[in-house]
Design a protein around this ligand. Sequence first.
Ligand code: GLA
Length: 387
Amino acid sequence: MQIVSPLVKLKFIALFQSAPLLIHAPGRINLIGEHTDYNEGFVMPAAIRMGLNFAFGVSDQSQSSIYSLKYHQLHVLDLSNPAKVETPVWVNYFLGIIDRLNTRGLKLDNFNCVFDGDLPTGAGLSSSAAMECGFVFGLNKLFNLGLTRLEMIYMAQWSEHNYAGVQCGIMDQFASMMGKANHAFILDCRSLEYEYLPLELGDYTLLLCDTNVKHTLASSEYNTRRNECQQGVKLISKKYPIVKSLRDVTQPMLQVCKEMLPEQIYNRCRFVVEENNRVVEAAHDLKQGDLAAFGKKMFLAHEGLSALYQVSCSELDFLVQFAKQETGVLGARMIGGGFGGCTLNIVHKNNSAPFLDSAKAAYHLKFGIEMSSYVVQPGAGTDVLIE
Ligand code: GLA
């Protein structure tokens, strides 16, 4: 059961004078398995308790209205014309969903919606997936559209590709929709088979250190990495025709192909092949309760993301290096697409407060920027909020 932020409900009643349907859509963390989802590999995300709340109701007006409490903006839209807009940018995530629903021939009546939440944007916690998932889930409930969670996940991803311009994999939308309280899960992004893994951290806790930077090349470089991986697949498949994605490539195969690949492409492929193996082994560590082994893999994953895949930045690298030297830290790495956002850290509870204090001080001294921090707990997936 979620705790209702009364704000969306109160605002909805104030604006539309009726009692709304309430929905919560969470953000996500990713324990390990970065940039593997669009290579048909493995990821290990968890939905988190931080997320977005939505209030929905049917409208008797000739247009639909969406109000963002965060931006204090009301956007009025015509359901028959969900074309992308210049401003406000946030509405595009929703317009993409409406476009999909229209294309599927699903009948929507006009509606009102208010949304808000405690999920920071640009922090690598998938606030955009939470917007897409909460919105499609709410409309599905409100109008009894009969969509499955998987269908909604694909619609949410489609909206990200076509209305936000990021050719993302499936992880974020899947995690926001399918998360389970106190669990992470390992997802095979090829078959979409998944297994929930209890997150029993004992004396340890999950801490996010937010760099509070988001370098502008994030989405263009993301799409570039996707292309580089595809180039790798094309070249490797000349030697090994069974290779359809980097998921099919083993370390020995990659060694055989090393000379055929431009160095940068080789490095990208090497990271993905190693990262896939790490996720599978890390799931084993979790099942064995071996958090120390798990944490070491997080550090290795970060090294690969920084040196081979080149999606880190000096702020993220600094925080991971800092964490490595601190007492009580088992593992740390950047999470999400990269070029800013958060590091995820597994830290002993007794060391959490001093760790955060010293990280904040060191980060400020180095970059002149405030670091934010969050204690994260794995939470449930997108659902109706029970008051
Ligand atoms: C972003 C994308 C995901 C995934 C991660 C990197 O969050 O939306 O699909 O590719 O980056 O692992």
